[in-house]
Design a protein around this ligand. Structure first.
Ligand SMILES: [Zn+2]
Length: 256
């Protein structure tokens, strides 16, 4: 596949239609949900630019992190936007066939349900930044202690059958790592083992050996370990990993 890296590569999470509905409020507030018609205007613009520059079909990557089922609203769109190639970075849970919410998403869902202001979260003795530094299991156990409801299966997250349908439509699936946390401080051996497992699992699921760093965060050290684990492309975020210049690292822009 020819991939064009001389054009902006967006990173998207949630998509809402019209005003954000209840379960999109927090995501929208923290810049992780875009309005569908606004998004299509921006995607059209990328598609037109790629056409005018003579880029190959499916060469402009449009990436989606965390596997939200909101992306289903774009299935028809991508059939006709010939230059664009959607890529889903799936969580470890999703690759194993589970559709529970990631810990922070679980927290946001609770905030949305009870109209809790995200800025009041420190009153619970936790912070978003603090949670991001812990493993998914630890984050979940902290939320358990706070009696924030578990969501073992959420319709907001893509299930296996939906993922398979998108793959049939030509969407690429790739890895969002073996755990969703800031991996910059993980020990070498632990990181290599986890990422190698993640790379094996995504290839077994028919995906590309590409890695989107959780939280968009990485360092030269972690990028070298991901390469060693067999990933051929790595994706960061400009606001999080802008000063890392590993040859395999592709920088994306969050669209919000
Ligand atoms: Zn993520």
């Amino acid at each position: 596949m020819i991939t064009n890296f001389s054009i902006e590569i967006p990173c998207l999470h949630r998509i809402h239609q019209g005003s954000p509905r209840v379960n999109h409020n927090i995501s929208h507030k923290i810049g992780m949900s875009v309005e569908l018609s606004d998004l299509i205007i921006r995607l059209d613009s990328l598609n037109s630019t790629a056409t005018s520059r003579g880029y190959a079909d499916n060469s402009v990557l449009i990436t989606f992190d965390d596997g939200w089922s909101d992306v289903l609203s774009l299935t028809d769109y991508f059939r006709q936007a010939k230059k664009l190639q959607p890529v889903l970075f799936l969580t470890h849970d999703q690759i194993l066939g589970n559709s529970r919410l990631l810990p922070l998403s679980r927290l946001y869902a609770w905030c949305d349900h009870w109209s809790v202001d995200i800025n009041s979260i420190p009153e619970l003795g936790i912070t978003r930044e603090g949670l991001k530094s812990l493993s998914e299991n630890l984050q979940h156990s902290i939320l358990d202690d706070l009696e924030i409801p578990k969501t073992n299966s959420s319709a907001q997250v893509l299930g296996t059958e939906e993922i398979e349908k998108l793959v049939d439509e030509g969407w690429i699936i790739a890895s969002h790592a073996h755990d969703h946390h800031d991996m910059r401080f993980d020990k070498d051996e632990q990181l290599l083992q986890g990422l190698t497992q993640a790379r094996i699992e995504i290839e077994r699921a028919g995906g590309e050996p590409w890695l989107a760093w959780p939280e968009g965060r990485c360092t030269m050290r972690t990028c070298n370990i991901a390469k060693q684990a067999g990933f051929t492309k790595q994706f960061g975020l400009d606001i999080e990993s802008g000063n890392v210049s590993h040859p395999d690292l592709i920088t994306r822009q969050i669209w919000s």
